[in-house]
Design a protein around this ligand. Sequence first.
Ligand SMILES: [Zn+2]
Length: 306
Amino acid sequence: MNRWGVDLGGTKIEGVILDDALRPILRHRIATGQERGYGHILMQIGSLVKTMAEKSGLELPEKIGIGSPGRTDGREGIVSNSNTVCLNGMPLLRDLREVLGMEVTIENDANCFVLAESILGAGRDEMTPGGTTAFGIILGTGVGGGIVCDGRLIRGAHGIAGEWGHNPLLGEYGSCYCGRRGCVETVISGPALERHYTAISGKLASLKQIASLVNRDEFARKTIDRLVTSFGKALAAVINILDPDLVIIGGGVGNIRHLYTPEARQAIASQVFNRSFDIPLLPPLLGDSAGVFGAALLAGPPPNER
Ligand SMILES: [Zn+2]
């Protein structure tokens, strides 16, 4: 079966059709135009899907997967916490079903990321007989995560499975937008680390610059040490619950090479309830394509059950 997916981004909307072997047979993108409002975004998605059918010569599918920033809740799929703000409060799932005239599944970008990377990207060669559990992380402006077990997304009872960014970090009390204090996100997100560097050094720098200054600037070194230590503590808490076979680290902060050093592994291992910490920590392989591929994977059964 073909799988159709659409990744709804702040500036562009991209669609893909994957064939039975999960290879892309068509990709197409258009502008989101979010400044023209919610109705316009619905129209853009409708027109993108129509163009995909025309260009591919395929009939419209019965079901499509949509990747969208933020959460969608309930039977109507009401959006919240989306940085495409005109979506917030809107029944996106209900409206897309109506506009597209087909079954629609919506997942957030972290869930699409882990689905795509675990099946088609970084986790592709890590699949073990008898099932593989992958924990996928988006570590960037925010801290998100998702879980894929045997090729299937674990959503949880309320769609928050894998949201480790709002677990508490021992000894941290900074306030978080979510209303709580000391969340992982208030310590290891990119903006949080940049604020920490400014607070201790009095200087402004991007996280990329900070990481490049580690050997010359003690404040940079302290900031990266804070990232590595807190990342270890936060990830160990997840590992003790989930015991995944692999972890995939995406997002801008995920590019920081210090997360892949023996020191970083030790920071995790020292908090894990096991004698050794031996699972792979993998950088993602699909780049910008993970979102749209993950959305398409939502539109069919887990690949090993085809
Ligand atoms: Zn929080």
